[in-house]
Design a binder for this molecule. Structure first.
Ligand code: HEC
Length: 243
């Protein structure tokens, strides 16, 4: 179903995630609600309380929509991978949406001037700031100078040591054991153990050459692992090309 939606959008010429397009609506409205509510108090203009409350109602509507498409993007572009920034974003976004719904209830029962709404506007403000921060980490972390140096070192190591047999994440000697879907990549420790001493299921010596610490240090293997994960196992996560 999710793939069908993205295929349909693709056929219309839209090839991007949906969440970044929608998410600005609840962010802007949350900021607006706080500013209007503060202005109502500082400038003694009670009608602005009503505007702030209306912004809050719209925030709740659009944050449900942003959550929904965020979930779809996560399944489609990240294969549902449980990455740290995604877990934190979900952990903040769900209570944030509930908070906005609570605000609607308070405003409905006690009126838009209710003092109880101010902490909700403030908490909402801090929540969207945090959501933005982790969204940025997800989108731009691969472009940070450290990430780029690790990834490009990983790429050089891959090309020099692995690319001859595993070009494009495949396996030219044993095509049934491509790199991109290898169970040996499940964790860094498993990967290191395999590269240091490649063995077959029955314990027999594999065709793949062993790489001792003299050839590739532990730090080299970590860089290789990051590169393989990012560009071979989950290429859809790659938001930028290595310069
Ligand atoms: C000379 C060819 C060759 C080179 C070079 C090579 N490999 Fe392999 N690799 C293989 C073969 C062949 C297999 C399949 C198992 C076997 O028979 O050895 C394999 C299997 C693997 C697997 C497990 C795949 C699976 O599904 O079980 C991983 C992970 C792997 N290689 C990573 C690497 C890395 C990382 C490098 C570079 C440091 C590398 N290989 C270099 C030939 C090579």
């Amino acid at each position: 179903m999710i793939n069908f939606i993205y295929t349909l959008l693709g056929s219309l010429g839209y090839h991007h995630p949906l969440h970044p397009v929608l998410v600005h609506l609840p962010i802007g409205l949350t900021m607006g609600a706080l500013v209007l509510s503060l202005a109502a108090r500082i400038l003694h203009k009670p009608e602005l309380h009503r505007s702030a409350y209306h912004a809050l109602i719209l925030t709740a509507i659009f944050s449900v929509a942003a959550l929904f498409v965020g979930f779809m993007d996560w399944r489609h572009y990240f294969n549902g991978a449980w990455l740290r920034p995604i877990a934190i974003k979900i952990f903040i976004a769900i209570p944030f949406t509930c908070l906005m719904l609570l605000g609607i209830g308070i405003g409905y029962l006690k009126g838009p001037q209710s003092k109880a709404l101010l902490p909700i506007y403030m908490l909402g403000f801090f929540s969207v700031m945090s959501l933005g921060y982790f969204g940025g980490e997800l989108t731009f972390s691969a472009r940070s100078p450290i990430a780029i140096s690790i990834l490009s070192a990983g790429q050089n190591l891959f090309e020099a040591n692995c690319g001859s047999c595993h070009a494009f994440g495949g396996n030219s000697l044993v095509p049934s054991k491509p790199l991109h879907s290898s169970p040996q990549l499940a964790s860094l420790d498993k990967f290191k153990a395999h590269v240091r001493n490649p063995t077959l299921a029955g314990g027999a010596q594999a065709m793949m050459p062993a790489f001792s610490e003299k050839k590739l240090s532990d730090a080299d293997l970590e860089k290789l692992y990051v590169y393989i994960q990012r560009y071979i196992v989950q290429p859809q996560c790659a938001t930028s090309q290595i310069p």
